[in-house]
Structure formats: C-alpha cells, structure tokens
Design a protein around this ligand. Sequence first.
Ligand code: KMH
Ligand code: ZN
Length: 278
Amino acid sequence: MPAGTLITVAPTGAETAKADVPALPVSVEEIVAAARSCEAVGASVVHLHVRDGQARPTLDLGHVGELVAAVREATALVVQLSSGGAVTDPLPERVAVLEAAPDAASLTLGTVNFGDDVFSNPWGLIVELHTQMQARGIVPEYEVFDLGQLATLARLLDRHGLPHGGHVHVDLVMGVPGGMPGTTAALAACVAEVRSTLPAGTTFAATGVGRTSLPVMLAALSAGGHLRVGMEDTLTYAPGEPVRDNTQLVARAAGLAQIAQRPPLTPDQARTLLGIAP
Ligand code: KMH
Ligand code: ZN
C-alpha cells in the first residue's frame, strides 16, 4: 500500500452551466481561489478546464495560458490540464492545449458514450497526445472510463513507450452514463487488470461521478488507490444536499484518507510519485 494519498481536485469541468450552479468556479479568480483553498485541505493536483468570459468552456490558448499561469503563481499544486475538453471540441484543439506547458494533462484511452453525447477518443488522437506529451515533458494521467481502455493503455505503452518521467498513473473514471459503473466490483476488476497488464509500480486513482463519489472513494482507498474529487464530477454532497464548494469535497476525501492511515500527499510528494521534476 502507498504511504499517502494523492488527492486531485477537478473544480470546474466542461459540462455544468454557471447559471445552474452559481457555486461552480469558472473565472480565473474563482478557480484560483478554489485551488488555493483545496490545497490547504489536502489537494496536491488540480485538473483544469477553462471557461471564457461568458463562462463557456474554451480551449483558446490565451485563456488556457492565463489560467495555468495564475494557478501556478498562487499555489504549489501540480497543474494538470484537461485534454478532454468538452464533447463538442475539435480534436486538434484538444491536442493544442499542450502548448500551454502544464505539468500534466489528462489523456483518455477510448471513445465512450457520455450521457446523451459521445466523448470521442480515437486511437490516432491517443497516440498523438501520448507522443506530444513525451516530446514536451508533460506527464499524462491516463483516464479510463471502461475496462477495455486498460487494454488500449497496455497497447499504447507497448508500441510507443513509457510516458515522460517513466511512471504510469491511471485515473478510473466511474459512474459516467455510458462507461463502467461506480461499484466496488468494477473497481476491483480494473485494479486486477492494472496489476496484471501494466508496468510494475503503476498507480491508480478513482473518480466516482455523481452519487458514486463516496462508494468509489471508499473502494479506492481500501484497494490502495488515490482519489479525484470535485464539482466537475459531483454536485450533490449527500442525498438532498448540494455541494457547497470544492473545498468541502476535498476535505471529505482528505478525512477518509486520514482514516485509512494514508494521509494526503503534499504537492511535492505528488510530483515525486508522478515523475514530475520539482
Ligand atoms: N468533459 C468530458 C467530455 C478530461 O478532462 O480529460 C471529458 C473530460 C475528461 O472531462
Ligand atoms: Zn475533465
């Protein structure tokens, strides 16, 4: 079992409208404030989606660069940009966000139904993101929405080599309508696959979307995994109780990690784990 728990906060996402959830951080100032406050209660990585002046998701490099710089200035967090964007984003623009030179970026291992939409991740895009991140010195977080995507990751590493830094880190995204369920059984199946098909030392985190947030966190901690929480994934804290803010979700995750006797990693410890230079 790892000695500590890496907690990623995903504060914003691309799906929720600010008009529907006023507490969602969307401006640079709001996202920076959320990141600072989440760092204070145990987050070590921030997964960023960028919004424009009208709070719409954007991959515009000016906006992306501004947010990356502002979060770097205000926190010590590992800055992980989303290369998933929104389901409507053109694939070349999703690759181009790497030009903003984050520490890390997400990389999804396959196309998946995403509610009523399709989240498109063809093999060519996967290879392009992987090889560009190798060339640019960016560490990927491999996003896995279904068990078969772990086989795609094994194939990717076999054909195109290890990521920058040499460490493989997977995030199991569970409970998306169209992807794998957010259950202990599904998580155990994925962990068995990680252990038997991916390089020794591969680490994993898990994210339970919506009402699967808490059961997935508990299952991940008991299986030696790390955690991702945030308003990108969860807007209800408990039945009938909306999430107040991202800090509330990170504080709960950090508390559970303490109970599991694997306290939250600091950003520096997270860098060491992920193979990111200090
Ligand atoms: N917004 C989703 C379509 C990622 O950030 O890499 C994809 C997503 C995954 O959020
Ligand atoms: Zn995301």
